[in-house]
Design a protein around this ligand. Structure first.
Ligand code: 5CA
Ligand code: ZN
Length: 409
C-alpha cells in the first residue's frame, strides 16, 4: 500500500550541533528490563498498524508517536532505519463493523487508512518504508502457514487451521505471563479458548475457512482468510528478516499478539529471536477506561484538527506523558501543550538565547534513556524561559525540537 509523505528532518550536525554518541536504551517486555538497542548500520523496526475503523484516536497516536521517537533517535545516532508497518485490513472486528453499518468492508478500510495517513502526516510521524495491508500480504502469509505445516506445527479444527503453542518450547518468552494470566487476556483479545476440538485453549487460529457472507482467498488449506497473529509474523519476517531490532505496539499487544507472532516466526524459520526487543506503549484512557473502539470513548486526531487544534500541540500533549505509562486524556493536556507550543515558538523567534549545545546534549540523553520525552520537553522549557546572547541558539533549538521531538516551531 501507499505509505504517507516523509516530513523534513533537519540534520543536527548541519545545524551546528555535534553528532551524539551512545545508544538508545528501551524497556524490553521480553526480558522485563531496560536494554540498549544494538542495531547495525540499519536499525530494523516493525510496528503493528491499525485495524482500520475508528482511527485515529489519541491512543493510536500516542503509540505511533512513541515509535516515531525511536526512529528519530536512531537516525540522530547515525543509523539508517528500516521501518515496516501493517494495516489489518481484513479481520473479525473490521468485518463486524462493516456488517453493522452496511458499508462494504473494503471501502471502510480504505477510507480509514486514508484518514490515518492524513493524521500521521499532520502529526509529522515518519512513515514506514513499507506499509503493508493484510490483504496484499495474503500470498506471503500463506507461505508462512505452509512452512508451519511443513514443520508439523498446524492442526485442523473443522476446516480451520490452528497453531499448537507447544510447538514452541519458548512460548511465553515475550510477555512472560503465567498460563493463568494468559487465559483471560487471550479471551479478551480476539482468542477463542472455548472452541471445541482445540488441543490447548490457547492455540492460535492461523487460517479461517471462509464463512458465509465473508471474503475468502484460495490457499492450499482451502478458501479462507488469515488469522491475526500470523499476519504480522509473516509481514515482519518477509520485509525485515529474523532478529530485527524492535517490535512495537501498545501494551495490549504483548499477549497474545506479539507472543504468538514470535512463536509462529521462530517455529517456521527455526531461528530465534523474532525481534531482539519487544517494546510496548502504555494505554491512553478517557473517563476511567482505556480508549477503545469497543467502548466508543474516543477522541479523534481528525476531530481535533477540524476544530483548529495545531497538530504540534497534540504532539506535545502526548509527549508530556512517558510512553510506557497509562494515563487519561483531559482538556488540560491540550491547554497546557498549546501554551507550551506558544512559549517555544516565541522563544525560537528571539534574536538570541542561551547556547543550544548543552540543551541538545541533555535532550539526547533523556531520549536515549527509554524515551524520556517529558524531561526533554522540560529542558526546552528552561531554555525558552532564560535570556541569552547566542544568536545561533534559536535556530539550533528549533532544529533540535524538529529533528528529535518532531515538533516544528
Ligand atoms: N491491527 C492491530 C495490530 S496488528 C491492532 O491492534 N489495531 S488497533 O487499531 O486496535 O490498534 C493499533 C495500535 O494502537 C496498537 O499498537 C494498539 O496497541 C494501540 N492502541 C489501541 N488503543 C490504544 C490506547 N487506548 N492507548 C494506546 N495505544 C492504543
Ligand atoms: Zn500486529
Amino acid at each position: 500500500m501507499r505509505s504517507w509523505p516523509v516530513p523534513q528532518v533537519p540534520s543536527l550536525p548541519a545545524a551546528g550541533l555535534p553528532s551524539p554518541g551512545g545508544r538508545l536504551r528501551l524497556y524490553d517486555t521480553g526480558t522485563g528490563s531496560l536494554r540498549p538497542t544494538e542495531p547495525g548500520d540499519t536499525a530494523r523496526m516493525y510496528v503493528c498498524g491499525i485495524t482500520p475503523y475508528d482511527a485515529t484516536h489519541l491512543g493510536h497516536a500516542n503509540t505511533y508517536l512513541a515509535f516515531d521517537l525511536v526512529n528519530r533517535v536512531w537516525r540522530d545516532l547515525g543509523h539508517t532505519v528500516h521501518y515496516v508497518q501493517n494495516a489489518t485490513d481484513v479481520d473479525d472486528p473490521l468485518l463486524e463493523r462493516a456488517r453493522q453499518t452496511g458499508e462494504d468492508w473494503r471501502a471502510l478500510a480504505e477510507r480509514e487508512i486514508e484518514l490515518f495517513r492524513e493524521d500521521m502526516t499532520a502529526l509529522r510521524i515518519l512513515p514506514p518504508d513499507q506499509y503493508i495491508g493484510a490483504v496484499e500480504a495474503i500470498p506471503l502469509i500463506v507461505r508462512m502457514v505452509e512452512r508451519l505445516r511443513g514443520k508439523g506445527a498446524t492442526y485442523e479444527v473443522e476446516d480451520d487451521l490452528y497453531f499448537p503453542i507447544d510447538s514452541d518450547p519458548e512460548f511465553g518468552g515475550v510477555s512472560r505471563l503465567t498460563r493463568e494470566q494468559m487465559a483471560p487476556l487471550f479471551a479478551e483479545r480476539g482468542g477463542d479458548p472455548g472452541r471445541e476440538g482445540k488441543k490447548d485453549p490457547l492455540d492460535a487460529l492461523l487460517w479461517m475457512a471462509q464463512r458465509p457472507g465473508e471474503p475468502g482467498w484460495d490457499s492450499p488449506f482451502g478458501t479462507g482468510r488469515p488469522g491475526w497473529h500470523v499476519e504480522c509474523s509473516a509481514i515482519s519476517v518477509e520485509y525485515l528478516g529474523m532478529g530485527f531490532d524492535v517490535e512495537g505496539g501498545g501494551s495490549d499487544l504483548a499477549f497474545p499478539h506479539h507472543e504468538m507472532g514470535a512463536s509462529h516466526a521462530q517455529t517456521a524459520t527455526g531461528e530465534r529471536p523474532h525481534a531482539r526487543s519487544y517494546v510496548h506503549a502504555g494505554m491512553v484512557g478517557l473517563d476511567g477506561e482505556k480508549m477503545s473502539k469497543s467502548l466508543g470513548n474516543l477522541v479523534f486526531v481528525s476531530k481535533l484538527r477540524r476544530e483548529g487544534t495545531d497538530p504540534m500541540a497534540i504532539r506535545l500533549a502526548l509527549l508530556a506523558h512517558h510512553y510506557r505509562s497509562d494515563w487519561e486524556w483531559t482538556a488540560a493536556d491540550l491547554a497546557d501543550a498549546s501554551a507550551r507550543l506558544e512559549r517555544w515558538r516565541a522563544a525560537a523567534a528571539r534574536p538570541s538565547g542561551p547556547a543550544a549545545g548543552p540543551v541538545a546534549e541533555r535532550v539526547r540523553a533523556h531520549l536515549a534513556e527509554d524515551l524520556d520525552a517529558r524531561s526533554a520537553l522540560e529542558e526546552i522549557d528552561r531554555w525558552a524561559a532564560e535570556p541569552g546572547g547566542d544568536t545561533d541558539a534559536p535556530g539550533r533549538i528549533a532544529a533540535l525540537a524538529d529533528a528529535l521531538l518532531g515538533v516544528a516551531l
